[in-house]
Design a protein. Structure first.
Length: 320
C-alpha cells in the first residue's frame, strides 16, 4: 500500500501556486528549476520536501517510498562555515552527484537552502547547470532574498513567491510579548514627548529588547534539539553548525514578521482616520523594519537590530 503524499505546509495548501505545481507534475511538465521565495524559510523548506516527495515517490515505477529528506536521490545544500556561504566546492561536488543515474527513483531533486548565500564562484557554476540541466532532475532554490541572486540565475528558473507567511513562532511568551508591543505603540501616540511618560516609553522599549533576546535564545535551543533528532546521519560538523545557524535565522525572521503584522495592524487603525498625515508614520516604520531585517540578514545581533527599530519607532510614532 502506497503511503500518503507528504502534505503541503498548511499556509500553502490549496493555494493557486500549489495547484499549478501539482498540475505540472501530473502532466510531467514541471520546470527543471524553480525558485520558492518568501519570508519563512521553514515553510518554504517544507514545501520543497513536499514537492520532492511527489517527484521521487509517486507515479509509475516508483519503489517503496523514502522520506524525502532521507531519499537517496534528494540532495540538500546549505550554507556552511562561519561565513555561511554556499561555496564553489559544494556546488561542484553536487554537480558530480547529479550527473549520474538516480539510485532508486526515476528523478533527482536538488534543494538549495538560502540560495541567496551562493557566493560568486558557486553562482557561476550553478548557472552553467541551469543552462544545461541534467535529465530528470529538478533544482529548487529556496530564498528570502530573490534579488540577491544573479539576474541570469533568476531568468532561468520559474518563480513562486509566497509573501506574508506567518507560521507559528515556537517561543514561550511570544504572544504576551506581541501584546505588550502593541500596547507600547498605542501609548506612543498619546503624548509621550517629555517627562515621566517619555522615560516610561524608553524603559518599556529596553524591556521589550531584553525579553526578545531571552525568548529567542530559549526557542533556538529547543528548536535545535528537536531538529537535530530529525537530521540524517553522517552530516559533517560544519553542516550541523550551518543548520543550527539556519534555525536561529529562521526564528528571528519569523519573529520580525510578527512584529511587522502588529505594526501594520496599529497603522491601519490610524489610517481609518481622515488625517492625511497618518500614512507617514506607517511608511517610515516600514522602512525602519526593513532596515532592521536587513541587519539581521548580515548577522547583526538580533537585540541590536530590534533596538534600532524600536528607537526609530519611538521617534516615528511620537511625532503625531
Amino acid at each position: 500500500m502506497t503511503a500518503a503524499p507528504v502534505p503541503w505546509p498548511p499556509a500553502l495548501a490549496g493555494t493557486p501556486a500549489v495547484s499549478v505545481i501539482e498540475g505540472a507534475i501530473g502532466r510531467k511538465r514541471l520546470s527543471h528549476s524553480l525558485m520558492l521565495a518568501g519570508d519563512d524559510p521553514d515553510t518554504l523548506a517544507a514545501a520543497a520536501l513536499a514537492l520532492a516527495d511527489r517527484l521521487l515517490n509517486r507515479g509509475p515505477g516508483a519503489r517503496a517510498p523514502y522520506p524525502p529528506d532521507r531519499h537517496p536521490d534528494c540532495f540538500q545544500i546549505r550554507p556552511s562555515g562561519r561565513a555561511r556561504f554556499i561555496t564553489a566546492p559544494l556546488v561542484r561536488e553536487l554537480i558530480g552527484r547529479i550527473n549520474v543515474s538516480p539510485s532508486v527513483s526515476q528523478y533527482k531533486v536538488v534543494i538549495f537552502h538560502e540560495a541567496d548565500r551562493l557566493n560568486a564562484a558557486a553562482s557561476n557554476i550553478l548557472l552553467k547547470t541551469l543552462e544545461e540541466p541534467p535529465a530528470n532532475t529538478t533544482i529548487l532554490l529556496i530564498t528570502g532574498k530573490p534579488h540577491a541572486l544573479l539576474p541570469t540565475i533568476r531568468s532561468r528558473v520559474l518563480h513562486f513567491r509566497f509573501p506574508g507567511l506567518t507560521s507559528a513562532v515556537p517561543a514561550e511568551g511570544w504572544e504576551p510579548w506581541l501584546s505588550d508591543y502593541r500596547a507600547w505603540l498605542g501609548r506612543l501616540g498619546q503624548g509621550v514627548a517629555a517627562g515621566r511618560a517619555a522615560a516610561d516609553g524608553i524603559l518599556a522599549l529596553y524591556g521589550l529588547v531584553a525579553r526578545f533576546g531571552s525568548m529567542l535564545d530559549k526557542a533556538s535551543a529547543a528548536e535545535t534539539v528537536r531538529r537535530k533528532a530529525l537530521l540524517p546521519e553522517g552530516l559533517e560538523d560544519d553542516e550541523i553548525a550551518a543548520i543550527e545557524a539556519e534555525i536561529s535565522v529562521g526564528l528571528r525572521l519569523r519573529m520580525f514578521a510578527g512584529i511587522e503584522c502588529a505594526t501594520r495592524e496599529h497603522a491601519l487603525k490610524l489610517l481609518k482616520s481622515e488625517d492625511p498625515e497618518a500614512r507617514r508614520p506607517l511608511i517610515a516604520a516600514t522602512a525602519a523594519l526593513e532596515r532592521a531585517a536587513g541587519l539581521l540578514r548580515v548577522n547583526l545581533n538580533e537585540s541590536a537590530a530590534l533596538e534600532d527599530f524600536l528607537l526609530a519607532s519611538l521617534r516615528i510614532w511620537t511625532r503625531r
